[in-house]
Ligand binder design. Structure first.
Ligand SMILES: [Zn+2]
Length: 275
């Protein structure tokens, strides 16, 4: 249930609208020891004290990292990359959390990481030293900011398989993970083993369009169906290809969907129409 570019963008917009102008009155951390040990939280928990008394100026996202900007040059950074639940609660409501921010008036925000991810309190001058900020804000462009021409230019001659081109630290765009990878390859009818340099210009165009369409549909439908928004509502987008297609037949050609280990994860694909 990874957060990718569309889900982060949807959540950031909701956070912007809901939290803007609110003042953080207090915070609380729970069951954080394991997360802190792995490095998913600030090493020094006292850093979170710097959030108290701050006003929320706004929120935005790049890649799959969300930045909640506060006055006093502070930021609350959220990257629930491989799974997390970020919820807004009216006074009196609550959910299981790793960190809770309570606002003046009693409403609160809870964040729970269910897999790898990051929750950070950081001053503006610390941002450039944060891995997720460097990767998502200062690195490769967001999928929507890359033109078809730029995409072809960056991808066409690469002798590598497509996954590291679309997903991960060396990708030509930021914010997409294995979920989007499986989906766009099925949409474009491309086998996961195919190398970029083997694609015809038409297939490259199909891949670029598949990425654009995927992002646009997910944004329009409120994100993936396995991810909930700030108010607990699940997204309306069901992946075209992925674990949800296990034991099913391809809706395009009728061949049984297969799974294989690929690029450090599991990938579902259709051997019938992904060539
Ligand atoms: Zn098929």
């Amino acid at each position: 249930m990874s957060f990718e570019y569309p889900e982060a963008k949807i959540l950031a917009a909701q956070l912007d609208e809901t939290l803007k102008g609110k003042t953080i009155e207090s915070y609380n951390l729970r069951d954080y020891e394991k997360l802190q040990k792995i490095g998913f939280l600030n090493k020094n928990l006292d850093d979170f004290r710097q959030l108290v008394g701050r006003h929320v100026l706004g929120s935005g996202s790049s890649g799959n990292t969300i930045r909640v900007r506060l006055d006093g040059a502070m930021n609350f950074m959220l990257a629930p990359e491989y799974g997390g639940v970020i919820l807004y609660h009216k006074a009196g409501e609550e959910a299981k959390y790793h960190i809770l921010l309570r606002f003046a008036g009693g409403d609160s925000l809870t964040v729970r990481l269910t897999s790898m991810g990051l929750v950070y309190a950081a001053r503006d001058e610390q941002l450039n030293g944060l891995y997720m900020y460097k990767r998502d804000y200062l690195g490769a462009p967001n999928p929507v900011d890359l033109s078809a021409k730029q995409f072809s230019k960056l991808v066409a001659c690469r002798g590598t398989q497509l996954k590291p081109i679309i997903v991960g630290k060396d990708a030509v765009m930021t914010g997409l993970s294995n979920s989007a990878f499986q989906d766009v390859l099925w949409r474009a009818g491309i086998h996961p083993h195919r190398k970029a340099s083997e694609l015809t210009p038409a297939k490259l165009d199909a891949l670029y369009s598949a990425i654009k369409d995927l992002v646009e549909e997910r944004l329009r439908l409120g994100g993936k169906d396995e991810v909930v928004d700030l108010f607990g509502k699940a997204g309306g987008y069901t992946p075209k290809m992925g674990p949800n297609m296990k034991d099913l037949c391809c809706p395009r050609c009728g061949v049984a969907v297969e799974k294989m280990a690929h690029g450090g994860g599991q990938v579902y694909f259709c051997p019938g129409c992904q060539k």
